[in-house]
Write a protein that binds this ligand. Structure first.
Ligand code: NAI
Length: 283
């Protein structure tokens, strides 16, 4: 199936970046958000990133203009009626996502593929809420989307081979590296990353080492570009806790129990960079 028209739903951190990479690949993209303010913010973010790319000589003025012509912004979901592919990047709530997918199921043409950027929710359950479960799939981009090369392509148990092949081809067209993943809690990325972060927090909790020293071990000893606690602060400690709970519940295995210190920080409102304090203090 040829994919020409795309809609991205949710103009937040992820959605705006996803719309940008589609426009960069020459596709017509509509960015949707239910809030005009969020849409304006998403648009401003894209324009600023493109401006910076032109200033730094990474993009020509002509290419920037071309990309902006490929992008439109709308609060009206009905505009998905001529789209071949829709990528949902709204808040991480099953209730909200199912509501969006059921509306899309009615609005979009029968051939359209419906993808979700969820980082933890079961794609199989989202697919089951639609009348086209074989055309539902996970397309998990990494943050910041324009920079990170990986896209995890997550197959729900119902996803057809054709849907998978179309989405994989699209990811390659976006110049990303797709990785095929089955729908299990945490997929691959968070199943491996979050227990490492949780273990780093246990190491601090048990007084084995300070946050600075834990990060130094992983950076200087393991060649990680960023220590696990710096990364946790960047992701948001509430998000880390939420994903650990998904793993814990999904596998029913105590090895995924969230560290009590992580719970305590979240209760204190110490959520990392976004709240000004996590394992480190941010001015
Ligand atoms: P965000 O909070 O920055 O943006 C969400 C946007 O969705 C908001 O602008 C909100 O107004 C909009 N929205 C909410 N309900 C809507 C609806 N019914 N229709 C249209 N728009 C709606 O969230 P963020 O960080 O961009 O995350 C979005 C999704 O991407 C989540 O599922 C998250 O788990 C996933 N994700 C996030 C990553 C991250 O590092 N932030 C990484 C990979 C995936």
């Amino acid at each position: 199936m040829s994919i020409n028209k795309v809609m991205v739903i949710g103009a937040g951190q992820m959605g705006a970046g996803i719309a940008q990479v589609f426009a960069q690949a020459g596709l017509h993209v509509k960015l949707n958000d239910r809030e005009q303010e969020a849409l304006d913010k998403g648009q401003a973010g894209i324009e600023k990133r493109l401006e910076r790319a032109v200033e730094k000589g990474r993009m020509t003025d002509v290419k920037r203009e071309e990309m902006l012509e490929h992008l439109t912004f709308t609060t009206d979901l009905q505009e998905a009626s001529d789209c071949d592919l829709v990528i949902e990047a709204v808040v991480e709530s099953m209730k909200v996502k199912i509501d969006v997918f059921q509306q899309l199921d009615e609005i979009t043409p029968p051939h359209a593929i419906l993808a979700t950027n969820t980082s933890s929710l079961p794609i199989t359950e989202i697919a089951a809420a639609t009348k086209r479960p074989d055309q539902v799939i996970g397309m998990h981009f990494m943050n910041p989307v324009p920079v990170m090369k990986l896209v995890e392509i997550i197959r729900a148990i119902q996803t057809s081979d054709d849907t998978y092949a179309s989405v994989r081809e699209m990811a390659e067209k976006l110049q990303k590296t797709p990785v095929e993943v089955e729908d299990f809690p945490g997929f691959v990325s968070n199943r491996i990353l979050m227990p490492m972060i949780n273990e780093a927090i246990y190491t601090v909790h048990e007084g084995v080492a300070s946050p600075e020293d834990v990060d130094a071990v992983m950076k200087l000893g393991m060649n990680h570009p960023m220590g696990p606690l710096t990364l946790a602060d960047f992701i948001g400690l509430d998000t880390c806790l939420y994903i650990m709970e998904v793993l814990h519940e999904g596998f029913g295995d105590s090895k995924y129990r969230p560290c009590p210190l992580l719970r305590k920080y979240v209760k204190a409102g110490w959520l990392g960079k976004k709240s000004g304090r996590g394992f480190y203090i941010y001015e």
